[in-house]
Design a protein around this ligand. Structure first.
Ligand SMILES: C[S@@+](CC[C@H](N)C(=O)[O-])C[C@H]1O[C@@H](n2cnc3c(N)ncnc32)[C@H](O)[C@@H]1O
Length: 321
C-alpha cells in the first residue's frame, strides 16, 4: 500500500473520502487479469456439473463422491496461488479433484485421505489422469496429454497409546518387528535386523547399533549386553524400563521408549511451521569420564549422553525404574 501510494496509484475518490482503489497495470499481472471475488458456476462449474458431466463418466463402476468440486474451480485456485512445479497440499482429498487438477497443471501434489474412497475413487481417478484416460474436467484447457505418476503410502498407527490409567504405552497394534522398525525410524537408524545378534535391530554406522525391547532390563542384563557389544561398538537400547546406572557401560546408551519417542515429537506450539533456525539446540557435549578400561566416547555417544541429562534422575519423566 505504501509503495502504491508513493507511486500515486491509490485513488480515494474525487473528494478523497472513499474506500481506496489501487490501480494495477496489466504489465504487473503475470497472466491474464486480477481475480475477481465472485466465481459463478458458469465459469468454474458446480458440484452437480462435476458429478454429472465429469466423474460419472470417468469412473463408471462407482457412485461419484457426494460433493466433488469441479475441476475448473480448483484450476482457478491453483492458477492464482502457485507456479508450475510447485507443491499443492490437500489434506482432505475427498474425490481427488485437487490432485487431479494440480497434476494436469504441472504442479506436484500431496493428498491425504482417511476414507476408503482413497482406493475406490482417488487412486483410480489419478491413474486415469496419468494414463490420459480422462478427457473431462480441465484436460482440454490444460492441453493434458497424460504422464507423470504418484506414490501411495499408508500411515502407520500411532506408536504410543494411553492405558486405562492415562499412561503412555506402546500401541498394542505393534508387533515386535513393527516396533523395532518404527523405533529405528524415530531414532534415525536404518532398520537392519541381524540373524545372529538378537540386539542388532538397526544400525547407524558399521559399529553403532540399535536394540529395541519391551522388557525391563536389569543391571545384569545390561552388563551382559555391554560385554557382547565390546569395546569397538556402541549400542543404543530402547526398552520399556531399566535398572542400574548407565555410567558403568560406556558402550551403551539406554532410553525408555515412551520418553525416547516423545522427545522426538514437538508438542504444544502455537505455530508448527518448520523454521530450521528455531529448532531446539542440543545441550553442550559433556566431557566423558575416562577410566582405565574405558575408551573415549565417540562424538555420537557424547551427543546422546548430553541429550538425556534427566534420563536416570528420579524426578519426573525419564527416571530409571
Ligand atoms: C469435503 S471432502 C474434501 C473435498 C476435496 N478437498 C475437494 O476439494 O473436492 C473432505 C474429505 O476429508 C476426509 N477427511 C476427514 N477427516 C480427515 C482426516 N483427519 N484425515 C484425512 N482425511 C480426512 C473425508 O473423508 C472427506 O473425504
Amino acid at each position: 500500500m505504501k509503495k502504491a501510494r508513493l507511486e500515486e496509484r491509490v485513488y480515494f475518490g474525487k473528494d478523497g473520502d472513499r474506500l481506496p482503489i489501487i490501480k494495477t497495470y496489466l504489465s504487473e499481472v503475470q497472466d491474464g487479469f486480477v481475480p475477481k471475488t465472485w466465481w459463478p458456476a458458469d465459469e468454474v462449474g458446480s458440484n452437480q456439473s462435476a458429478r454429472r458431466d465429469h466423474l460419472r463418466k470417468l469412473l463408471t463402476d462407482v457412485e461419484p463422491f457426494g460433493t466433488p468440486k469441479p475441476e475448473a474451480l480448483l484450476q482457478r485456485i491453483i492458477l492464482i496461488s502457485t507456479n508450475p512445479g510447485e507443491l499443492v497440499l490437500d489434506s482432505f482429498g475427498g474425490s481427488g479433484t485437487t490432485g487431479a487438477v494440480a497434476h494436469k497443471m504441472g504442479r506436484r501434489w500431496i493428498m491425504v485421505e482417511l476414507g476408503e474412497h482413497a482406493h475406490t475413487h482417488i487412486i483410480p481417478r489419478l491413474t486415469k489422469v496419468i494414463d490420459d484416460e480422462d478427457p473431462g474436467g480441465v484436460s482440454e484447457t490444460t492441453n493434458w496429454q497424460g504422464g507423470g505418476g504418484f506414490r501411495y503410502f499408508r500411515i502407520a498407527p500411532s506408536l504410543l497409546e494411553s492405558d486405562r490409567f492415562g499412561n503412555l504405552i506402546i500401541s498394542r497394534r505393534y508387533n515386535a518387528a513393527m516396533l523395532a522398525e518404527a523405533m529405528c525410524k524415530v531414532m534415525g537408524f536404518t532398520y537392519a535386523p541381524s540373524d545372529e545378534l538378537y540386539w542388532q535391530h538397526g544400525r547407524s554406522t558399521e559399529s553403532d547399533f540399535l536394540y529395541v525391547t519391551t522388557q525391563t532390563l536389569t543391571r545384569d542384563q545390561l552388563a551382559k549386553l555391554s560385554d557382547e557389544v565390546g569395546d569397538h561398538r556402541s549400542l543404543l537400547i530402547c526398552c520399556a524400563a531399566f535398572r542400574g546406572k548407565p555410567d558403568a557401560f560406556q558402550n551403551l546408551t539406554v532410553k525408555k521408549i515412551p520418553s525416547a519417542v516423545l522427545a522426538k515429537c514437538e508438542w504444544g506450539h502455537d505455530d508448527y511451521s518448520l523454521n530450521v533456525a528455531n529448532l531446539p539446540k542440543a545441550a553442550p557435549p559433556v566431557e566423558p569420564v575416562q577410566t582405565d578400561s574405558a575408551q573415549r566416547l565417540t562424538p555420537k555417544q557424547t551427543r546422546r549422553r548430553a541429550a538425556q541429562p534427566n534420563l536416570f534422575s528420579t524426578d519426573g519423566d525419564g527416571g530409571a525404574e
